[in-house]
Design a protein around this ligand. Structure first.
Ligand SMILES: Cc1cc2nc3c(=O)[nH]c(=O)nc-3n(C[C@H](O)[C@H](O)[C@H](O)COP(=O)(O)OP(=O)(O)OC[C@H]3O[C@@H](n4cnc5c(N)ncnc54)[C@H](O)[C@@H]3O)c2cc1C
Length: 394
């Protein structure tokens, strides 16, 4: 039995918000999305990896158009700086299939699929709460609307989460991530890293942290050269640094193989951001008539590469719950049973990966294939992750 005639409000129109809107539309709901930002979300060109099987499922079910460009990679290569020199030493290689996406193109594809919803751009929600009727009320400067279900897809500082978990705030990890993208033309002097990146994604270990490098589609054309290089570098800056971009360049110069340090130093080409790593998960992903999705429900440390993945899986779960439940409340309870433990699991996995790869980073120079495989298995401790398909199991 399916829920029918449902009015659904969605707070936030980013990855989770658009994906939840698609879920609602596909399950027959009348959907309204409120997005605070009036700007162009598709301009956020950062890298997002998702599992290939999830990408295929989203295309097959109509969440993503088959034409959305992706940059698949099948292998993970582990590098560090060779002792006493500036060259790179490859010390391990693992099968690790990812479908690398451009955040902006992913958003655009979901937004296209969510065209059947009413979209209010540049309209911040000022509060959500229970109306006297028991329905959920969404308030904006334009007035109040009530819905059978309100989805909080309003990100890591979610206002909707405050109704389900008052006072819950992210827990800082104590270290920072620097994230950027560069056009491939910036790698013209570095044919070897570029050749490697055409088939693999790279983890670069250095004392006290690591960096991830991979290609994503740029979206201006098609073919293997329509790419950007995306990277994320994790380290603990010593206290408050006045010039954080300068700190990561200094770090790269000191510890990266020369070619990779040069890539990071090309700041003039890069779109870069830098922010502290933190995590949290809501104790309950839904309490009718409210439901949380994406980062609003749980923020995992980025080492799991699964924040957007979780948002997309949240949407698939909601659609299934709405299609198979006799009432909206039953559908939301079904969703809470499935998605609450998944957010908690990913947060715990992110903490383990962060401890192993940043807080207590190993002596990368001493690592080889066997050591990496064993260390990955020990870190995962039986947990599953699409990034560690073989290393995770004995
Ligand atoms: C370094 C790094 C690497 C990552 N890599 C990956 C990866 O490889 N794979 C992966 O799956 N994930 C990855 N992630 C995580 C992923 O980027 C996020 O989990 C995902 O983008 C969250 O989407 P969201 O829609 O939940 O939140 P957001 O994108 O934060 O969207 C929230 C939206 O809500 C709106 N909003 C907020 N408050 C209001 C309000 N009051 N009224 C109206 N609108 C409001 C905001 O304007 C915003 O548009 C990474 C994250 C980082 C930091």
């Amino acid at each position: 039995m399916a829920v029918t005639g449902l009015r659904m409000g969605v707070v936030g129109g980013s990855i989770a918000g658009c994906a939840m809107a698609v879920a609602g539309i596909r399950a027959g709901a009348d959907v309204t999305v409120y997005e605070r930002s009036a700007g162009a979300l598709q301009d956020r060109g950062l890298g997002i990896a998702i599992p290939p099987a999830l990408h295929e499922r989203l295309v097959a079910t109509g969440y993503l158009g088959a034409a959305m460009p992706t940059a698949p990679a099948a292998t993970r290569v582990w590098l560090t700086r060779a002792p006493g020199g500036g060259s790179a030493r490859e010390f391990a290689r693992q099968p690790s299939a990812i479908t690398a996406c451009n955040w902006g193109l992913l958003w655009q594809a979901l937004r296209t699929a969510a065209a059947g919803a009413r979209h209010h751009r540049g309209r911040p929600v000022t509060s959500v709460g229970r109306a006297p009727s028991g329905r959920a009320a969404v308030r904006t400067a334009q007035g109040e609307e009530t819905y059978d279900v309100v989805v909080g897809a309003d990100g890591h500082r979610s206002l909707t989460r405050q109704v389900l978990a008052p006072g819950l705030r992210p827990t800082p990890a104590g270290y920072t991530v620097w994230r950027g993208t560069l056009p491939l033309s910036a790698l013209a002097d570095h044919p070897r890293p570029l050749e490697l990146l055409r088939g693999a994604w790279v983890t670069l270990g250095f004392p006290g942290g690591h960096g991830i490098f991979y290609l994503i589609p740029r979206g201006d054309g098609s073919g293997p050269d329509d790419r950007l290089l995306a990277y994320a570098i994790y380290a603990t800056p010593p206290g408050r640094t006045p010039d954080e971009a300068g700190y990561v360049r200094h770090l790269a110069e000191e510890h990266f193989p020369d070619a990779w340090a040069d890539i990071v130093a090309r700041g003039e080409y890069a779109a870069t951001t830098c922010h502290p790593v933190a995590d949290l998960h809501a104790p309950l992903a839904a309490d009718p008539p409210f439901l949380l999705a994406g980062d609003a429900a749980g923020v995992t440390r980025p080492h799991t590469a699964s924040g957007a993945v979780k948002a997309l899986q949240d949407a698939l779960c909601l659609e299934e719950a709405l299609r198979s439940s006799p009432s909206a409340a039953d559908a939301l309870r079904h969703y809470a049973r499935e998605r609450t433990p998944e957010a908690a699991r990913l947060v715990e996995l992110g903490r383990r990966l962060g401890r192993a790869q940043v807080e207590r980073a190993p002596d990368w120079a001493a690592m080889d294939q066997r050591a990496v495989d064993a260390w990955c298995r020990a870190t995962l401790a039986g947990a599953s992750s699409y990034l560690y398909t073989e290393a995770g199991t004995d």
